[in-house]
Design a protein around this ligand. Structure first.
Ligand SMILES: *Cc1c(COP(=O)(O)O)cnc(C)c1O
Length: 815
């Protein structure tokens, strides 16, 4: 987009205060990831829980001088304000105007699954045919879609946008701003179904997107989709694809029975297409691409090479510890301007003194190199890298456009051989390379020597799991994330920082040192400390932590400390009530005295809470309801006596799932973030956020009568193959799961641990499973799941995670 402030105010019927002729080329809605302040306006979006206006100051500090908001929160000669009652509607109005005045061919993709993949694949197939714009990642919501549409520029010939909804009524709003010429409906599943009464309601809602489309390309395997589509949109050009033969593009064989090629036919032609990593979903997504490209008049002979060239959409950014206290962000899966911008945003979240960029030629782009690289240079300059390493014969021609220290290399080898790279320290290093340059090889030089065994935390899945829990709650209910014991062993700071970034309301830790550690690393969210030990009260106060007060002893001692430090009361504390767990807390008969003490000492009670002993066990429902009842009565008494608003909370993760009627004002999520739930229906919607994995060190053939491991506990009767993997009880694998009790996943198959588990290794019987040294071994993730693994160990997921020893490297993945 490119509008003046005056034009924007006119288009959106807003009030303009300040300069009428400033240009706005982009909108920032998150002050933490303002990515360029040039010709950028900050839009303060209010959500249920958060007022965007809180972040206006931060945006201005970063250099933004145009603010779009519901209020002019102060006057300043250099700040221009665009005042609008509702900033979300403002955004939608502006996007609608912008889209209606653009002249590109548009594709809109909706469905329950596969939207992002289909969008990314189409983009990969079409970006060197048309100048193409697309929604970044899965940016498809009520705010994401308008922001995506606003990226359309004059030069664009094609736009591919994803449209996601989670509640009835949302599609009508989105359809009003964006009516694609070509509509695509991918797979319809049951995700998000909580908010919909029936499958028919979901489908009907999604179909609204296509109201003004000329052509609809849809997965026609679902009977209801097929029927509704043909009833509602009989007058449009309908093109269906799927496994069933009624579809225009269908498979002639069951996808499971074909080897490397899938045979497809439609009315006129029959052809085969190759599929790598075949699953039903990838085959159907492939069919969707074929149907779309055929509709755009590409020949089959042109489509096949495009399908072959499709890269994995994973494009995920890996962050790995490097040598010399560096942090390496590796994104060498894909390189285009879009993914470069995403990577720039991503590294803003890290606070390291130095920033280094390693960037290669950008290939396969339709734009002229001069234009492309001057744009890339402009984006890059704004990031203030301390050093920039450019690799490739094309980009180095434009090295003058980049600022600061710039070094140029024709090839990746030249860079690897250069000593400069070994001098980098205390820095965040962003590796961004087109695949051809195999910039990955640099990782070997830069990465900390590490074991093959890693505990990988997928932060996106964690966020997904939080959102699944949130969807059960009222929008205004707050959420505390329990990050005690290093976030259940996953890494306290990394998780806390991610949650802080995603606006968690509160964090909970067990001990003061955990809280201090988070504060020292820059966590600013309120933190509740559940076990404030007497010696640690200084730390609590100095680091602005909030103690749990669970007895008169703690109350008295903490108040004494406050007085000693010259703080007369009004210190935020959390009151713990005993309701049936019999662990910590004030009992019913102590409430009167408690109220008196709080008043007397002028404490500020931020929250009152209690903990359920058996929220995961519906057989204990009566007991749990009794606990909740006691909590309600006793907390009511305190609130009535103190006469100011106090937040109440009692539900943990399984409480959220089983007792959401009793959510009070806040809930405390823990194990649910990791992807564990007592309710099978919810469990199905969660995604595993943790994976313990390693690789095969060696494979041996064992003859009948030969033995494996200490004490010769495994002796096969027939010839078999054994894999040795480098993980043992010193890594936190209990010795009791040896001798056939536990299993691990190799090439998607479960195989038993045989013989005794050793300190640093264990042996797996492969039998005749095709596997080779270096293959990945899943100790737990999806199969076996964390719950399966806990079952082998005769314990619970909590203990499994907190037992994984320190020497196992934690790595964090996010898109
Ligand atoms: C750990 C903890 C939680 C979180 O429990 P989950 O079962 O992991 O959801 C909640 N409240 C308190 C007081 C806790 O100690």
């Amino acid at each position: 987009m490119n509008y003046t402030t005056k034009e924007i105010a006119e288009i959106t019927h807003s009030q303009l205060i300040g300069n009428e002729s400033l240009f706005v080329k982009s909108l920032a809605y998150d002050s933490r990831i303002i990515f360029s302040t040039l010709e950028t306006a900050f839009i303060a979006i209010n959500s249920f829980k958060n007022s965007g206006e809180k972040y206006i100051n931060e945006a201005i500090e970063k250099g933004v001088s145009i603010i779009i908001s519901a209020h002019q929160i102060f006057e300043h000669p250099n700040i221009t304000w665009i005042i609008t009652e509702n900033t979300t509607e403002f955004l939608q109005k502006l996007a609608k105007h912008h889209f209606e005045n653009s002249h590109l061919k548009s594709i809109g993709i909706t469905g329950s699954n596969g939207k992002t993949i289909v969008k990314e694949w189409l983009y990969q197939c079409l970006w060197n045919e048309f100048v193409t714009v697309k929604s970044p990642k899965s940016f498809n919501s009520q705010i994401g879609l308008p922001l995506s549409l606003l990226q359309i520029e004059k030069k664009h010939e094609l736009g591919i946008f994803e449209v996601g909804i989670s509640k009835p009524g949302e599609m009508a709003i989105l359809e009003n701003i964006f009516s694609p010429e070509i509509g695509i409906l991918t797979h319809i599943g049951t995700a998000h179904s909580i908010n919909f009464k029936s499958e028919e309601e979901i489908i009907t809602e999604k179909l609204k997107l296509f109201k003004d489309s000329k052509t609809i390309i849809f997965n026609g395997d679902n009977d209801l989709v097929f029927k509704l589509m043909n009833e509602k949109y009989a007058d449009k050009n309908l093109i269906s694809f799927g496994s069933k033969s009624r579809n225009d593009y269908h498979l002639t064989t069951d996808w499971k029975n074909v080897n490397k090629e899938i045979e497809v036919e439609n009315d006129l032609e029959q052809f085969t297409f190759p599929v790598k990593n075949r699953t039903e979903a990838t085959v159907l997504n492939g069919l969707c691409i074929i149907a779309t490209l055929r509709h755009l008049d590409f020949k089959i002979s042109e489509i096949i090479p495009k399908l072959n060239a499709i890269k994995s959409v994973e494009m995920r950014l890996e962050s790995v510890e490097g040598t010399r206290n560096n942090l390496i962000i590796n994104d060498s899966f894909n390189l285009d301007v879009d993914s470069l911008q995403i990577a720039y945003q991503f590294i803003k979240e890290y606070k390291k003194p130095n920033k280094i960029l390693i960037l290669t030629d950008i290939i396969d782009v339709k734009e002229k190199p001069e234009i492309l690289y001057s744009y890339v240079a402009k984006l890059t300059i704004e990031q203030n890298f301390n050093q920039i390493f450019l690799v490739g014969s094309e980009i180095i021609e434009y090295s003058d456009l980049f600022s600061n220290e710039v070094y140029t290399f024709k090839t990746t080898e030249e860079l690897i051989d250069n000593q400069l790279i070994n001098k980098i320290e205390n820095s965040i290093i962003l590796l961004k390379g087109a695949r051809k340059f195999e910039i990955d090889r640099l990782k070997l030089t830069l990465e900390l020597q590490k074991h093959d065994t890693v505990l990988e935390v997928n932060l996106n899945n964690m966020l997904h799991n939080i959102n699944v829990h949130k969807s059960l709650l009222k929008p205004e209910t707050k959420m505390m994330a329990m990050v005690k014991a290093h976030s259940y062993g996953l890494g306290g700071f990394e998780i806390a920082e991610f949650l802080q970034h995603h606006l968690i309301d509160y964090l909970g830790v067990a001990f003061v040192d955990e809280g201090i550690d988070l504060r020292k690393k820059g966590i600013t969210v309120p933190i509740m400390v559940m076990n404030p030990e007497q010696q640690s009260y200084n730390g609590i106060i100095d680091f602005n932590l909030e103690p749990e007060i669970y007895s008169f002893r703690v109350l008295k001692q903490f108040v004494e400390k406050l007085q000693q430090k010259g703080i007369d009361g009004k210190y935020p504390v959390h009151i713990k009530l005993e309701t049936g767990m019999h662990r910590l807390g004030f009992k019913t008969e102590e409430i009167e005295e408690l109220i008196e003490q709080i008043k007397l000492n002028n404490l500020e009670v931020k929250t009152i809470f209690s903990h359920l002993s058996s929220a995961d066990d519906l057989e204990q429902k009566d007991y749990t309801l009794k606990q909740i009842e006691t909590f309600k009565i006793n907390s009511d008494k305190i609130i009535a006596a103190l006469n100011y608003p106090i937040v109440r909370h009692i539900l943990n993760s399984s409480g959220i799932v089983n007792y959401f009627d009793h959510q009070f004002d806040m809930v405390r999520i823990g194990i649910g973030m990791v992807g564990i739930s007592p309710n099978p229906k919810i469990q199905k919607q969660l995604k595993p956020a943790v994976s313990l994995k390693t690789v095969i060190s060696q494979i041996n053939e064992i003859l009948p009568g030969e033995s494996v491991g200490y004490n010769r506990n495994f002796i096969p009767n027939v010839k078999t193959k054994i894999a040795t993997i480098p993980v043992g009880y010193a890594d936190g694998i209990p010795r009791l799961i040896g001798n056939g009790i536990g299993k691990v996943g190799i090439n998607k198959t479960l195989k038993p641990i045989v013989g005794n588990v050793c300190m640093d290794m264990m042996m797996i019987e492969l039998d005749d499973l095709p596997a080779k040294e270096g293959d990945e071994v899943i100790i737990f993730n999806d199969n076996p799941s964390l719950q399966d693994f806990a079952n082998y160990c005769k314990t619970i997921p909590y203990e499994v995670l907190t037992s994984i020893s320190r020497r196992v490297k934690r790595i964090y993945i996010k898109d």
